[in-house]
Design a protein around this ligand. Structure first.
Ligand SMILES: Nc1ncnc2c1ncn2[C@@H]1O[C@H](COP(=O)(O)OP(=O)(O)OP(=O)(O)O)[C@@H](O)[C@H]1O
Ligand SMILES: [Mg+2]
Length: 284
């Protein structure tokens, strides 16, 4: 499938001399769920800022739908309509007085009719579970609530690609589950989603494909099973193994799973692999 978004040989150094990206090449196919993992300072956020044209590559280029971004005003407006970013820090996104105004801002800027804007804002409020906050001043919101407003404001723009930079960081367990369920809904609508996270369990069960970054480079790429079964890569990237794989390996080592059992990506798949005799011993 032709990629929707591509970075080709991207390099970027911040004005203070920090080399944040070095020769980064990766591609994002349409409709897929892509996770980008890597330690603090790996370059994930810097890469994302290139994906919607906030940063401009010093070397290399970005392609959207097969077109090389030329950074003309028109190209940037089009790119930002199609590629939305929910920033790591919601405070950097929110500047309107009320939640409703905040979410309306983008669609109004697109020049949409008032009715259409109101409809989109309402849908985004409901999707993110913050309908009861619609008239609240954004500066009184909790961190998790701000995060939802930030997500709603991007949803209301209806972009084809949505980038979530650490969407679940600092969220409580329930909000984490709800945000991930929302991402699953968005994905089912056919949108392309790129997410960065430090949560290997989320990346493992959620992603179709994973890129691993470290020190400004892409050092690994593959399906979740390929990535998390590569012990050397995990060691280099300082990544833990998801609990599902730990349990799977333990059960295999104890002889409770056949050595040929396929690698599960979901808890239900793991349970389905356990033969009935072992299940009664495990009492599940
Ligand atoms: N505005 C900036 N000016 C100078 N250096 C910066 C700036 N923003 C980021 N950097 C540096 O660029 C490198 C990559 O940072 P980036 O924020 O892209 O990493 P990250 O992978 O998103 O990390 P994290 O997991 O902590 O969010 C880091 O060394 C960081 O200190
Ligand atoms: Mg970051």
């Amino acid at each position: 499938m032709a990629p929707l978004l591509e970075a080709v040989k991207l390099s970027f150094t911040y004005p203070d001399g920090t080399r944040a990206l070095q020769n980064v090449t990766l591609s994002i196919p349409p409709g897929k769920k892509i996770a980008v993992l890597g330690p603090n300072g790996a370059g994930k956020s810097t890469l994302f800022l290139h994906f919607n044209g906030i940063l401009r590559p010093q070397e290399g280029c970005i392609y959207f739908a097969g077109n090389r971004i030329d950074y003309s005003h028109k190209a940037l407006i089009n790119l930002r309509r199609q590629v939305g970013i929910v920033f790591q820090d919601p405070d950097s996104m929110l500047f309107s007085a009320s939640v409703r105004q905040e979410i309306s801002f983008g669609p109004l800027n697109l020049g949409l009719a008032r009715d259409e804007v109101a409809q989109r804002v309402e849908a985004a409020l409901v999707a993110t579970g913050i309908a009861d906050l619609r008239d609240k001043p954004t500066h009184f919101l909790s961190y998790g609530q701000k995060k939802r407003v930030a997500i709603a404001s991007v949803l209301a723009m209806e972009p084809r690609v949505i980038i979530f930079d650490e969407p679940t960081a600092y969220l409580d367990p329930r909000s984490t589950r709800e945000v991930m369920a929302l991402l699953a809904d968005i994905s089912r609508q056919g949108k392309t989603i790129i997410l960065s996270t430090h949560d290997v369990d989320i990346a493992y069960t959620w992603a179709d494909y994973i890129y691993i970054m470290a020190r400004g480079r892409v050092i690994g790429a593959g399906t979740p099973a390929e990535i998390f079964c590569d012990a050397a890569l995990l060691e280099t990237a300082d990544l833990a193994r998801p609990w599902l794989l730990e349990v799977y390996e333990d059960l295999k080592n104890k002889g409770w799973l056949p050595a040929t059992a396929p690698v599960p990506q979901k808890k239900e798949e793991l349970l389905g692999l356990i033969p009935y005799r072992s299940r009664s011993i495990l009492a599940i």
